[in-house]
Design a protein around this ligand. Structure first.
Ligand code: PLP
Length: 401
């Protein structure tokens, strides 16, 4: 019989959204007449904007004729997309990122998991709590030791900087699940910590495009020294409706080094290039052509409109929760609203209650970590009318408790 990796045997629960899905399916089977509104999963609902759709159509047409056919592309992404990323997301904000530091992929989730190929199982990993569950599960699969970094509301969910030197630290801002953002000062404190201890920061900014407040940093590379200690992950998923198209990218600056057991160093940029060249064959030509169109003036205007639409939903969600007497935060620079359950009742109990009495699906906070107990997350990606209806049902349900 094949021997499995020990870490897989240690995975604690079933993946959060699978458990949510299981409970929703069971409820649907028992009560098929209930119109369920899903405010739980963070998937977008608006279609891709017209220039993106046009670009992808043109790409399909290219593939259908001999002269414009594209086979395997470069593993790290087409140069035209890497250059557009550098210009559109970094140079335009005065941030230095070189084209050969950008690696195009099929999305941030794969990269966040795959980057761990580079790191020894001996590393001690700092993971915020509450957190996007992928960081925890991918490290448990590899058998790494985890130290949780509490992110509490009293500290605006920006993470308590630990005393000990951790090898790898995950940061995610704008944050999933709390919808919090990080100030420039706190991000600088994290970068200083990493430089002091020789730690590596994995900075997940999948929701960067939702930042509205001009003082909030868009990239960790706005902070001096970050090019020596941070890898940044971005995605077109939530920015441009690519959850089904699949495209994202990871920036690995050439300055970051890793230690070889027994002595010596290697640059992480070269290692990631090597890893991807060996195990990945590039995002599809069609997806990359779509992503390129995001950077056109029409593409930018379109995605901005969509993001403002989602943020409008977030405001409706937050206001309704406050009216219902709950404590809610987030949703101003992020598509997530985070709230405490009424009277601190258990979040899975509250989940079941909302599902059964209001027909609304939320995400229980403890699924994101122990600090998420008695909290829940709502997403702003639903259609406007459904969002309004879901919030009316939730308000009514809470008032009836
Ligand atoms: N990072 C965070 C914080 C997310 O919430 C998500 C998706 O929900 C991802 C990464 C994954 O993004 P992608 O669709 O690019 O894989």
């Amino acid at each position: 019989m094949v021997q499995i990796k020990e870490g897989f045997g240690r995975l604690e629960h079933r993946y959060l959204f699978q458990e949510v899905g299981r409970r929703v399916a069971a409820f649907h089977e028992a009560s098929p007449e209930t119109d369920i509104i899903r405010m739980g999963i963070g998937d977008v609902t608006l279609p891709v904007v017209p220039p993106v759709a046009r670009a992808m159509h043109e790409a399909v047409d290219d593939l259908a004729v001999q002269e414009r056919f594209h086979g395997y592309g470069p593993e790290h992404g087409y140069e035209w997309l890497r250059e557009a990323v550098v210009r559109g997301d970094y140079a335009s904000r005065g941030i230095r990122v070189d084209t050969d530091e950008v690696f195009i992929s099929d999305g941030a989730k794969s990269d966040l998991g795959n980057i761990l190929d580079l790191f020894s199982a001996e590393n001690i990993i700092g993971i915020p709590d509450p957190v996007y569950p992928v960081y925890v599960d991918t490290n448990v699969m590899d058998g790494r030791r985890i130290r949780y970094i509490p992110c509490r509301e009293a500290d605006a969910f920006m993470g308590e900087i630990p005393e000990e030197g951790l090898d790898v630290i995950y940061l995610c801002y704008p944050n999933n699940p709390t919808g919090a953002v990080i100030t420039r000062d706190r991000l600088k404190a994290w970068v200083d910590y990493a430089l002091r201890h020789g730690s590596l920061i994995l900075y997940d900014s999948a929701y960067e495009a939702f930042i509205q407040d001009p003082d909030i940093p868009h990239s960790i590379y706005e902070i001096e020294g970050a090019r020596d200690c941070a890898i940044e992950f971005r995605s077109f998923s939530k920015t441009a409706g690519f959850t089904g198209v699949r495209c994202g990218y990871t920036v690995v600056p050439k300055g970051i080094q890793g230690r070889i057991p027994g002595g010596g160093q290697l640059g992480l940029n070269a290692l990631w290039e090597r890893r991807q060249g060996c195990k990945f064959n590039g995002a599809s030509y069609i997806s990359q052509r779509g992503a390129l169109a995001v950077y056109t003036p029409e593409g930018q205007a379109g995605i901005r409109e969509n993001i403002l639409y989602y943020l409008g939903n977030a405001a409706i969600i937050r206001d309704a929760l406050v009216r219902a007497g709950l404590h809610a935060s987030g949703g101003r620079n992020a598509p997530y609203v985070w709230a405490r359950t009424p009277d601190g009742i258990d979040d899975w109990v509250f989940f079941d209650l909302l599902l059964h009495r209001a027909g609304v699906v939320v995400t229980p906070g403890s699924g994101f970590g122990a600090e998420g107990r008695a909290c829940f997350r709502l997403t702003a990606f639903m259609d406007r009318a459904r969002t309004v209806e879901a919030m009316e049902r939730i308000e009514e349900c809470i008032h009836g408790l």
